[in-house]
Design a binder for this molecule. Structure first.
Ligand SMILES: CCCCCCCCCCCCC/C=C/[C@@H](O)[C@H](COP(=O)(O)O)NC(=O)CCCCC
Ligand SMILES: Nc1ncnc2c1ncn2[C@@H]1O[C@H](COP(=O)(O)OP(=O)(O)O)[C@@H](O)[C@H]1O
Ligand SMILES: [Ca+2]
Length: 556
C-alpha cells in the first residue's frame, strides 16, 4: 500500500545530495538523479527499498536529534569535528539513530546525519520525525528497573550503566532503578510495594533466576489484585498487563536467548525501546493444592536438578560452576524411579519432533486459544482417541525435563527442545530413561550440535498441557517419604541413598527440580501450562538473515 508522503527535501547525506522523504512507514533517501536502483549515498546505512533508496522504518528509529554545530557524527557514540565539504559546508544537521541488524540476531544503534541548507528546514525535519515517533504508542516511556549485582560475573550494574542507560536516555525513556540488596528483594517489592500504575514495563538485569523473581512478583500481584487464589491448581490465572524486559547479565540467560536470539544487553535494550511484545506461556507448579512456583523455561528433575544443586555450592566460580557440576553429575549417573501422568496437547500445536522452530510471528502461537486447546470436552473422548486423555508412564529416568520454550542458550544454541513454542499453551516433556553412560553422553552432546537429541530409543518426548510426577517412594511406601519438619514448620526433603542397596544408586534416592535455575526441593509436583500469561519486550527469534529485508518492500 502506498504511504502518504509527509515531508520531502534535498538534504545531504555523507557528502552526497539526496532526495530525502518521510512517510508514516519510513525515512528514505537516495542520491539525486540516481536511477541505478543500486548506488546510494556514501556508506550503506540500511537496506534498499523497491525504489532503490536506503531507508529506515519509522518503527526502528530510536531517536532524532539536532546535531550540534561544527560537529558531525561519524559512528555510534563518537562525535568529532570533520573536514568541511562543499555540500556539507552548512552545518545545520540532524542525526537519526536507528536499529541496525548485525550478525547472530544482534542489534546495534546505527546513526545517519542529514545536512540541511537552513535551520528552519532542519527543525521541520526533526519535528516531523518526532511526531511520527510519538504515534508509536506501544513504546514504553517509563520503566521500573531491577538490577541483580550478584548475577553471572557480577557485572549487572556496569552492564546497565554503560550499555543500557545511555540507550534508554537517548530514547527519552525515564527509569526508576533498584539495585537489589538480597535474594527475593525484587519479587517482594513487586508483590507488595511497587506503584505499578506509574510504569509501562519492568526490566530485570540478571539471569534466569532474576527473571524468575520478577515473574513471581508480577504474577502474584496481578492475581491478588484480582482476588484470584494461586494455590488452587485449576484456577484460571489473570494475565499480567506490564511487559517485562530482560537485560542478560546472568550465567545461562536462556530466557533472553530463546526469546531474542542472543544474550546481548544492547540488543535487549533496543527491543525494549521499540516496544516489542512477545507473549509467553508460564507453568504453575503445585503440590497438593499448595502453590510452589512458576516456571517459563526448564523444569528438570534428575540430571538438571542435580547439576543445579551441586552448582549452588560453587556459586563463587560464576558461570563455570555449571560446567564443573555438569561433568560431576554426569559421572554420578544417578537415575530416579517414578510415575509421570500427562494430558497431551491437541495435534494442532504440532509435536516436539517437528522441524519448524518457533520464530517471530509464529503461526502456532498465533492460533486462537480454542484451536490450541482442542474444542472437545475431555469426558466425551472415546478410549481409543488418546487426545485429551491422561496418559501414564512409569520407569527409571536419568532426566525428566519439561521445556516450556526451546531453552536455547549459548551452551545449547538450539535448546533442550528445539521446536518448543513460546506461547502455544504447551510444554514439551522429555523423558530420558535409564541408559548407559555412553548413550547418555551421546544424547547430551546432541544438545550442542545440529543432530536430533530425541532420536534415541531411551528418549521419549511429548507435547503436553499438564503433567504430574510422583517419585516411586511416595507412591508405594509412606515410610520412604523422607520429609521432616524444620523449625519454620515447612517440609524439608533429604536425598538419601537407598538403605537396602547402598551401592546401587537405585530408585530410592530422590532428586530436586531445577525450576528456571532455582532449586525446588519437592519431588512430587503437579504442573499446568497457562497460555500467554506474561509478555516480554521481545519478538521471538527473527527468521531472516541480516542481509535480508526485514519488512515487505511494498510497505515502505
Ligand atoms: C557433560 C556434557 C554436558 C553437556 C550438556 C549441554 C546441555 C546444555 C543444555 C542447557 C539447557 C539450559 C536450560 C536453562 C536453564 C537455566 O534456567 C538455568 C539457570 O540460568 P541462570 O539463572 O542464568 O544461571 N541454568 C541451568 O540450569 C544450567 C544448566 C547447565 C547444564 C550443564
Ligand atoms: N542482591 C542480591 N543478593 C543475593 N542474591 C540475589 C540478589 N538479587 C537477586 N539475587 C538472587 O540471585 C540468584 C541468581 O540470580 P541470577 O540473576 O539468575 O544469576 P545467575 O544467572 O548467575 O544465577 C537468584 O536466585 C536471585 O533471586
Ligand atoms: Ca510453550
Amino acid at each position: 500500500m502506498e504511504q502518504k508522503l509527509l515531508l520531502s527535501s534535498q538534504l545531504s547525506v555523507h557528502n552526497t545530495l539526496c532526495e530525502v522523504t518521510l512517510n508514516s512507514a519510513a525515512l528514505s533517501w537516495r542520491p539525486r538523479g540516481d536511477n541505478t536502483h543500486k548506488r546510494a549515498a556514501g556508506r550503506r546505512y540500511g537496506p534498499l527499498n523497491a525504489a532503490g533508496s536506503q531507508y529506515v522504518p519509522v518503527c526502528e528509529i530510536i531517536s532524532v536529534q539536532e546535531t550540534e554545530e561544527d560537529c558531525a557524527s561519524t559512528g555510534v557514540g563518537k562525535w568529532q569535528k570533520v573536514p568541511q565539504t562543499p555540500v556539507e559546508s552548512n552545518q545545520h544537521a540532524f542525526t537519526v539513530s536507528y536499529v541496525e541488524r548485525t550478525q547472530k540476531h544482534r542489534w546495534r544503534c546505527g546513526e545517519v546525519t542529514l545536512h540541511c541548507t537552513d535551520r528552519t528546514l532542519c527543525l521541520q525535519w526533526v519535528q516531523a520525525i518526532r511526531e511520527q515517533l510519538s504515534l508509536l504508542t506501544i513504546r514504553p516511556k517509563r520503566l521500573l528497573v531491577y538490577i541483580n549485582p550478584y548475577g553471572g560475573k557480577h557485572h549487572g550494574k556496569r552492564i546497565y550503566e554503560q550499555k543500557v542507560a545511555p540507550i534508554f536516555s537517548r530514547a527519552s525513556i525515564s527509569t526508576d532503578v533498584i539495585v537489589t540488596e538480597w535474594a527475593n528483594h525484587a519479587r517482594d517489592h513487586l508483590k507488595t510495594e511497587a506503584e505499578l500504575k506509574k510504569y509501562d514495563g519492568v526490566v530485570c538485569v540478571g539471569g534466569d533466576g532474576m527473571f524468575s523473581e520478577i515473574i513471581h512478583g508480577l504474577i502474584s500481584r496481578t492475581q491478588s489484585d484480582s482476588g484470584v487464589d494461586q494455590n488452587l491448581s485449576d484456577e484460571t490465572l489473570i494475565p499480567c498487563s506490564l511487559r517485562i524486559g530482560i537485560i542478560p547479565a546472568g550465567s545461562t540467560d536462556c530466557i533472553c536467548y530463546a526469546t531474542v536470539g542472543s544474550n546481548d544487553p544492547v540488543t535487549s535494550a533496543l527491543h525494549i525501546v521499540v516496544g516489542d511484545s512477545q507473549p509467553m506461556d508460564v507453568c504453575s507448579i503445585h503440590h497438593n493444592n499448595t502453590f510452589l512456583r512458576y516456571s517459563v523455561s526448564l523444569l528438570g528433575y534428575g540430571f538438571y536438578g542435580d547439576v543445579l544443586t551441586d552448582s549452588e555450592r560453587k556459586r563463587w566460580m560464576g558461570p563455570a560452576r555449571y560446567d564443573i557440576s555438569g561433568v560431576k553429575t554426569f559421572m554420578s549417573h544417578r537415575y530416579y524411579e517414578g510415575t509421570i501422568t500427562f494430558l497431551p496437547a491437541d495435534e494442532n500445536v504440532g509435536t516436539p519432533r517437528d522441524k519448524l522452530p518457533c520464530r517471530t510471528g509464529c503461526n502456532i502461537c498465533s492460533l486462537p486459544s480454542a484451536d490450541k486447546q482442542g474444542s472437545r470436552d475431555e469426558e466425551s473422548v472415546s478410549d481409543t482417541d488418546r487426545k485429551g486423555v491422561w496418559q501414564v508412564i512409569r520407569g527409571k529416568f536419568l532426566a525428566i525435563n519439561a521445556a516450556c520454550m526451546s531453552c536455547a542458550c549459548p551452551r545449547s544454541p538450539k535448546g533442550l527442545s528445539p521446536s518448543a513454542h513460546l506461547a502455544d499453551g504447551t510444554v514439551d516433556l522429555i523423558l530420558v530413561r535409564r541408559c548407559s553412560r555412553f548413550d547418555f553422553l551421546r544424547h547430551l552432546l546432541r544438545h550442542t550440535n545440529k543432530d536430533d537429541q530425541f532420536d534415541y530409543p531411551f528418549v521419549e518426548v511429548y507435547r503436553v498441557r499438564q503433567f504430574h510426577f510422583t517419585p516411586r517412594y511416595e507412591e508405594t511406601n509412606s515410610e520412604l517419604d523422607l520429609r521432616e519438619a524444620d523449625g519454620s514448620g515447612r517440609k524439608r526433603f533429604f536425598s538419601r541413598i537407598c538403605r537396602e542397596h547402598p551401592a546401587c544408586n537405585c530408585s530410592l534416592v530422590h532428586s530436586s527440580w531445577n525450576c528456571d535455575g532455582e532449586i525446588l526441593p519437592h519431588a512430587a509436583i503437579q504442573v499446568r501450562v497457562h497460555c500467554q500469561l506474561i509478555k516480554l519486550f521481545a519478538r521471538g527469534i527473527e527468521e531472516h538473515s541480516v542481509f535480508e529485508e526485514p519488512y515487505p518492500l511494498s510497505a515502505i
